[in-house]
Each structure stands twice: as C-alpha cells, then as structure tokens.
Design a protein around this ligand. Structure first.
Ligand code: FER
Length: 357
C-alpha cells in the first residue's frame, strides 16, 4: 500500500471508531429504533472495536450503573422459576478449591462450509467418559469467533456454570463456543451489510448438520432437547432466536441476550436489514414442540441494540409465541447482561430439574 492509501485506510478506521464511540455514549432511549441513518455497507472498524462487539462493547467490563444490588449480594437465592434480574455475586465469585476447568480448542470438518472449522469447549474439570453431560452451545457477537467468550474471563461463564453445579443446582455442563461466521469462502469477512452477515444466518446448517454431530460423537454428551441448550449474545442472540424458531425440537432451554436487529426487516444506525423473515412469520411452526424455557433479555441501557430485543418480545407476544422477556436494569451491551442471561438460563434448568426429582 502506498502512503496515500495507508492514510485513507487510517482515516476510515478513525471515522469508524468515532462512530462507534458515539454509539457507545448514546443513551438507549435515543438509539437504534428512532435512528434511521445507515452507516453504509463499507463501514469499517478497528480490530479493537470489533473485539469489543464480539463479547460485549464494554469488553471485559460491566455496566457501571448495574452495581451490585441486594439481590446480587444475597448469599443464596431460593430456587424458584422467577427471573432474577442480576446474576448473584455468590454465583460469579471464584471459590477457592473449586476447579472450573479450562476451555480447550477443537476442530471439525464442516460439510456446509466445505472446510475445517474451530470451536472452544469447556469440559468440567473432572470430565469423564464414564459420565454424560448436558451441552450448552453459546454464540458470540458480531466480529467474534470461537475465542470471544473463552478469552474474556470477566464474563464469568466458567464460574456461573461451575458454582451452580457445585451447589447441586445443575448438572456439570459442557459449554461449546463455536465460530458463528459460517462462510463458505475463507476470505469473506463480516461487516454491516446484508451480504456480509449472511454467513451468520447460515450458521444454523453448520451447527445442526456439522458441529452438533461432531460434539455428540467426540465427547460424552447427553443428547435430546432437555439436555441441549442454546444461548447467544447480540448477533449470537439474534441467531439464537432464529435457530430456535426453526429447530425447536433440538433445544430445550434457550436464552437470547441483547439480540441484534435483523430477524425482521429493520433500519438502525448500522445498516438496513432485509430481515430473515417477516414479523408475521416470527413464531414456531404449528404443532412444534416448544422449548421448556425461551428467554429473551436485554440491558435497559443497551447502547448498541437499543429496544430491538424488546421489539422481538412484542412481535412474539403478538404472534402468540410463548417466551420469557425481561430487562436488566441499567445494563449496557456488556457482561452484566451476559451474566444475567446465563444465570437465568441455568436457573430455569435447575428449577425444572428440581421439580422432576
Ligand atoms: C446491527 C446492530 C448490532 C447489526 C449487528 C449488531 C448486523 C450486532 C452487535 C453485536 O453483535 O454486538 O444492526 O447488524
């Protein structure tokens, strides 16, 4: 690249970073729903900004205003099927002497993409082929990959799953973090335009046709929807809803955290979405087996997806599609929301498990 081209590239990145900074400082009230500007198909972001999107814009962080509340400080919550807005501190705290296991990396051949693809997987510390474990598939945000969750210890995924299992609330659970960008062309990159986000929408084929069979044949997992969970953040939340609506027979417990726009046609400050379906189509097929829990949640101060998750709640309600909706008071597009969503997903699982005993 000559120096002029380098400069142009630098300026573009600077402009994109500025736009993202603006977005971050917007209040949720004036975000996406009211804003009909599009950033254009060529919007570019720095690697740092992209990394932020993948696992929460306040990467590694939590909402300042979602400081610990009484609920979070409660030593032990009573197990019920009610939503707890925040994940309690005793669930996210690292407990001495408890081994939470480590994420490891694996690969599988994806027929649907025509290439070898990677995933991160958290096996319980004392994982044994003599036992079988339920599995959570956890989907990252835009620009992310299989390392987005495993590389950010502040999301407390390991602690939430490990502590709840140690407390006997849930069974020890395997957590699989795929790379959700299921492009057939290895050179294709995500960006804010319909063509560039298509591979996220096509991940459903890679997940159900390639990754899940690989996980089920490579690890000692329990199969069946009651033992198979799906959750995702932002772009991953959007695909979580989409996949659940298409394949409800596969996932018994589902949580879409801060789901991105674009399931139905929409225009926000990033782009105009064609939509994966029309509003009238946003429901389960007639006679479909329904998830035991289908949670949709979002921070009340989400500065990236704004009120889109709430609009999904409204559309599903209008279409008579059962789900749980709640807001995390004060939370932004960040780990406070992620922790809350994961906690409530496991809490629903724990409650049903206790009931069936
Ligand atoms: C959009 C707004 C937000 C969008 C994606 C996102 C593809 C995703 C954000 C994230 O994953 O953090 O319009 O379009």
């Amino acid at each position: 690249m000559d120096s002029a081209a380098l400069l142009r590239e630098g300026l573009k990145k600077e402009k994109a970073a500025e736009e993202v900074r603006d977005i971050k400082t917007d209040s949720a009230e004036e975000t996406v729903m009211e804003d009909n500007m599009t950033a254009g198909a060529d919007m570019q972001m720095s690697e740092e900004e992209k990394a932020g999107f993948a696992g929460g814009i306040a990467a590694g962080g939590d909402s300042a205003e979602a400081a610990p509340t009484e609920t979070e400080e409660a030593a032990q919550e009573e197990l019920n099927d009610e939503i707890s807005e925040f994940c309690p501190l005793n669930v996210t705290n690292t407990r001495s002497g408890l081994d939470y296991g480590e994420f490891i990396h694996g690969t599988y051949y994806s027929e649907s993409c025509g290439m070898e693809r990677g995933y991160s997987i958290l096996l319980p510390a004392d994982y044994s082929e003599d036992k079988q474990y339920p599995v959570l598939y956890l989907l990252h945000g835009i620009f992310g990959d299989e390392y987005s969750f495993s590389g950010d210890p502040s999301n407390k995924i390991k602690e939430i799953a490990g502590n709840m299992a140690a407390d006997g609330l849930i069974d020890k659970t395997i957590i699989v973090c795929p790379n959700m960008y299921a492009a057939k062309d290895p050179a294709q990159q995500p960006a804010f335009d319909n063509e560039s986000i298509k591979p996220y929408d096509e991940f459903i084929y890679d997940l159900t046709g390639d990754l899940m069979p690989h996980i089920e044949s490579s690890y000692s997992v329990l199969t069946g929807r009651e033992n198979t969970y799906l959750a995702g953040f932002s772009m991953g939340g959007r695909e979580t809803i989409f996949i659940t609506l298409q394949r409800p027979e596969l996932f018994g417990y589902v949580c879409a955290i801060s789901a991105a726009p674009g399931i139905v046609p929409a225009t926000d400050k990033f782009m105009t979405h064609n939509g994966q379906m029309q509003e009238s189509e946003m429901h389960f097929a007639d006679g479909a087996v329904l998830p035991e829990a289908f949670i949709i949640c979002c921070g009340s101060k989400d500065s990236v997806v704004g009120k889109y998750p709430e609009s999904y709640h409204e559309i599903l309600t209008a279409n008579g599609t059962e789900h749980i909706w709640y807001e995390i008071n004060g939370a932004d597009h960040d780990n406070t929301a992620i922790k809350s969503g994961l906690y409530n997903l496991f809490k629903q699982i724990a409650y049903d498990r206790a009931q069936s005993k």
